[in-house]
Design a protein. Sequence first.
Length: 180
Amino acid sequence: MSMIFINYRRRDGAYAAAFLDDALSREFGSEHIFRAGRSIRPGENYEQCIVSAIESSNAMLVLIDPDWVNSFKTAQLDMNWVHREVREALVREVPVVPVLLAGTSRLSEDCLPPDIATLARLQYLRFDYRSTIQDLAYIANEIRRSVPDLAKSTLRAALARRLFKAISTATQASGPKSGS
């Protein structure tokens, strides 16, 4: 199954992650979007769930806020899940797309840990609170373009839902026949 992994910092990126998750779930189906805060159920081993989700992802959106780079200076990298997830995706050659949130400058390799420094060379998208609708449409179109299997499976699912609804409506309209 095709999946988009949303990587974010809880501190400053959580609201943007939830907003993107909601919008992309409506567009592609929630089963195709992974956001740890929604996708991992209580009692599940979050480390295993995250690694498994990265392994089955077709792309990772890395939400980068203005203070994002500083999080690598203050935290131990082994305990920093944002770093671990990005590193894992890069090692597994999952396409990684930086998404710069409002007020965020382009990344610089020398400000990043060496094992994720290539992130600075990747083409980025923007997601700004002043243009959320346009940015969401652009991000969704880029996902469709980058992950054609996801676009095809969501189109099939949408067609199946429409067909089911049409059959269901027709069945209800004809109603049960009563005997005389």
